[in-house]
Design a protein around this ligand. Structure first.
Ligand code: 6AU
Length: 276
């Protein structure tokens, strides 16, 4: 596969086959940012406050909606409004990890109604192909109300020490991304994966979007096995979008810090595409 990582976000926005990826690249290009903030806050007020303050500097807001102490559906309605106000996408980091029949119910419906507000969700490959097949099937149902507005990322590697998301697990991630590319737009991973050979082979015009997490400008890791790299090294390794949580929201001035992540991530992207 000819890697698309040397192309500009604008070019990729024009040619991508998936409408959510086109939108994502369009947002990155127009706001000049490849930052995804992982807003792992535990009250609705803090979550909405950080989303409103950082909105202008990010392409995507990533949530773990189930960690809110005071969750009510009104919080995601407010988040949706902020996503429109600041032009960002919402990524619910749900990491679906069950049999197909269960994840369909967890994604579309249920207590959290995730499909009604999250543009992007992710899943692990632990259950095998069925999980991707099931989520894709839901998104393709005749009566699915958000057609062309929702997409899936596969968690293909993990940043935590001793992770088992390697080898055959990662290979299957790539195979399923290729097989279900009508819903899968890319990966959460710390390296590019296009060179991995699978039965379906690289797709014609393959352009999976790489989200890299474990990004922090001030720390090398935490005490629970998280491992960090900088925005620059992540983008140099192929990240299209850099996900940062505590490095941005847990510092005295999140807005100034988000701007610094944005600048470092953007400059690394410009050098990668040869425009620096
Ligand atoms: O920057 P942090 O360490 O405060 O937060 C990192 C965020 C957390 C994790 O749940 C998530 O990124 N994450 C993921 C994702 C996005 O799927 C995968 C992974 O391997 N490591 C990781 O930290 O919300």
């Amino acid at each position: 596969m000819a890697s698309k990582s040397k192309l500009s976000y604008g070019e990729r926005a024009k040619h991508h086959t998936h409408p959510v990826a086109r939108r994502l690249f369009g947002i990155a290009e127009s706001k000049k940012t490849n930052v995804v903030v992982s807003a792992d806050l535990t009250t609705s007020k803090e979550l909405l406050d950080i989303a409103d303050k950082l909105g202008p500097y990010i392409a995507v807001l990533k949530t773990h909606i189930d960690i809110l102490d005071d969750y009510q559906y009104s919080v995601v309605e407010a988040l949706k409004d902020l996503a429109v106000k600041h032009n960002f996408l919402i990524f619910e980091d749900r990491k679906f990890v069950d049999i197909g029949n269960t994840v369909q119910k967890q994604y579309h419906g249920g207590a959290l109604q995730i499909s009604s507000w999250a543009h992007i969700v992710n899943c692990t490959m632990l259950p095998g192909e069925g999980i991707v097949q099931a989520l894709t099937q839901t998104a393709e149902r005749e009566d699915f109300p958000y057609k062309d507005e929702r997409a899936l990322l596969i968690l293909a590697t993990m940043t935590s020490k001793g992770s088992l998301a390697t080898g055959e697990y990662t290979r299957l991630s790539v195979e399923c991304a290729r097989k279900y590319s009508q819903f899968v737009i890319g990966f959460v991973a710390s390296r590019t994966l296009g060179e991995i050979e699978t039965e379906a082979g690289p797709l014609e015009n393959e352009d999976f979007v790489l989200f890299t997490t474990g990004v922090n400008m001030a720390s090398k890791g935490d005490k629970l096995g998280q491992q960090y790299q900088t925005p620059k090294s992540a983008v140099e390794t192929g990240a299209d979008f850099i996900i940062a949580g505590r490095g941005i929201y847990a510092v005295p001035d999140p807005v100034e810090t988000a701007k610094r992540y944005r600048e470092e991530g953007w400059n690394a992207y410009l050098s990668r595409i040869g425009e620096a």
